[in-house]
Ligand binder design. Structure first.
Ligand code: LLP
Length: 447
């Protein structure tokens, strides 16, 4: 989403050349066209069809390393748990696990995905405001690293479950620090108006209560103030300072507080946002929590995988209206929901070298779904894009495939992972059999 949500951007759109220059995994080959790493996207589209999600393995690795490197550089003892919701593809999770990342999960499905990708239970943290009994029971059975509790009610429920299973579960208390991360209203989470976490004033008594509950071992605090945070690290610094004070206060009461989970939310540049660097984030953590001898955790999603993926689509038809030119592509809001849901801006690049060099004129890029919000871009400067041309929708590696649906009975798109000149399908395109599977027509409907 734009850094100033709910208002149209006031700066000119970056040009295709600027978009390309800012994305090192992409290059325009004069004959093969747009390549991701060393693989021409046109070749991928021929082989796997479109639409398709394409991820760069080197970019995922580079970004995971940049983040862990920044934490190490600030001498922070920190473990990174990748927010699985951003990109739950098993190959992506396995690649990040090989980089030493754990998983931040929010459901049984994500727990199963993380485990299936080979992430040990001891590297899994369970977040979320509505974990079910069944999910908590599984978390206990698997003996995951930590459950982040979001309420007094959840603490009581988990305690009872752990006791009934004869186990003890490590828990952190997610605190709502009441700071405004100044991001899109739909993904801000750290103010007292949001459903997330426990209100700051209630935290000390609840932490003491948790320490007294059987079956629970309090291991610290957790915070997550929002997503796509692009306005510097001020909100992080404020949140971590408040948490640091709480750590000191709780320890003053004789309560153990060995860990703090610092959440995720670091933004990326979709258009021309200038989010803080991982080094600046590490500095904010250091200033608020650095001198407390804490084991630290981070739960980033988007920053690691967002820029590592594109959505590859083919033009179905180019339609000239009286007021507008519509480029109708074979990807839709069921694939990439973000523009429809948050008015988010994604760069769009033509794939063929000929189109890339052609003159630009405004166009609306839309999908085939029967909703006006099925629009990827409005008035975007793009070349002539007749039927059959390919486009790459940029920065689609986070909250892209994971938020897809089959709306309009459109099968889930294929996912591909590229490394150098090699590529593999890492999730096959959903077949129509799978789309219909599970549906039943009871006899009495037809009778
Ligand atoms: N930890 C918790 C508890 C979270 O709720 C989230 C994201 C994260 C970590 C990871 O945040 P990240 O580092 O990716 O910003 N669908 C929206 C984003 C929703 C984020 C939800 N929570 C989008 O497409 O922009």
């Amino acid at each position: 989403m734009a850094s100033t949500p709910a208002s149209a951007p006031t700066t000119p759109d970056p040009s295709p050349a600027e978009l390309l220059a800012a994305r090192p995994m992409l290059r325009m080959d004069p004959s093969a066209g747009l390549c991701i790493e060393d693989v021409p996207l046109a070749r991928l589209a021929d082989a796997v069809g479109s639409p398709a999600w394409v991820y760069s393995a080197s970019t995922l690795r580079r970004r995971a390393r940049a983040l862990t490197g920044a934490l190490e550089g600030a001498a922070l003892r920190a473990k990174v748990h990748f927010a699985v919701k951003a990109n739950p593809n098993l190959a992506v999770l396995a690649l990040l696990a090989a980089e030493g990342l754990g998983a931040d999960i929010v459901s049984e499905g994500e727990l199963r995905q993380a485990r299936a990708a080979g992430i040990p239970a001891s590297h899994i943290v369970f977040s979320g405001v509505g974990k079910t009994e069944r999910e908590l029971r599984l978390a206990i059975a698997e003996d995951i690293s930590q459950v982040n509790l979001e309420s007094a009610e959840e603490a009581e429920m988990l305690s009872a479950l752990a006791v009934s299973l004869g186990r003890t579960m490590r828990v952190a208390l997610r605190v709502n620090p009441d700071v405004d991360a100044k991001t899109h209203a739909k993904i801000t989470t750290g103010t007292s108006e949001n459903k997330f976490g426990v209100d700051f004033p209630l935290a000390p008594a609840l932490y003491a209560r948790i320490a007294a509950l059987p079956g629970l071992e309090p291991v610290g605090l957790a915070v997550h103030i929002g997503s796509q945070i692009t306005q510097g690290v001020g909100a992080y610094t404020a949140a971590y300072r408040r948490l640091g004070e709480l750590v000191v206060a709780l320890r003053g009461q004789g309560l153990p507080v060995p860990r703090v989970d610092c959440g995720g939310g670091l933004g990326i540049s979709y258009r021309d946002e200038a989010p803080a660097s991982p080094e600046a984030l590490a500095g904010a953590i250091q200033s608020g929590l650095g001198n407390l001898g804490l084991e630290l955790m981070l739960e980033p999603g988007r920053w690691i995988c967002g820029p590592a993926g594109i959505l590859l689509a083919r033009v179905v038809i180019q339609k000239q209206g009286t007021a507008r030119r519509f480029v109708v592509i074979d990807a839709a809001m069921n694939d990439l929901l973000r523009p429809a849901m948050y008015d988010s801006w994604h760069g769009i690049l033509p794939v063929s070298p000929h189109s890339f060099a052609a003159p630009l004129a405004p166009a609306d890029v839309v999908g085939p779904v029967c909703e006006s919000s099925d629009t990827f871009a409005q008035g975007r400067a793009l070349p002539d894009l007749p039927a059959g041309e390919l486009v790459a929708i940029l920065d689609a590696g986070a909250y892209g495939a994971s938020m897809s649906s089959t709306y309009n009975a459109r099968p889930l798109a294929a996912e591909v992972l590229v490394q150098g000149g090699e590529w593999s399908v890492i999730r096959a395109r959903q077949g129509y059999e799978a789309l219909l599977a599970g549906s039943r027509i009871p006899d009495w409907v037809r009778a």
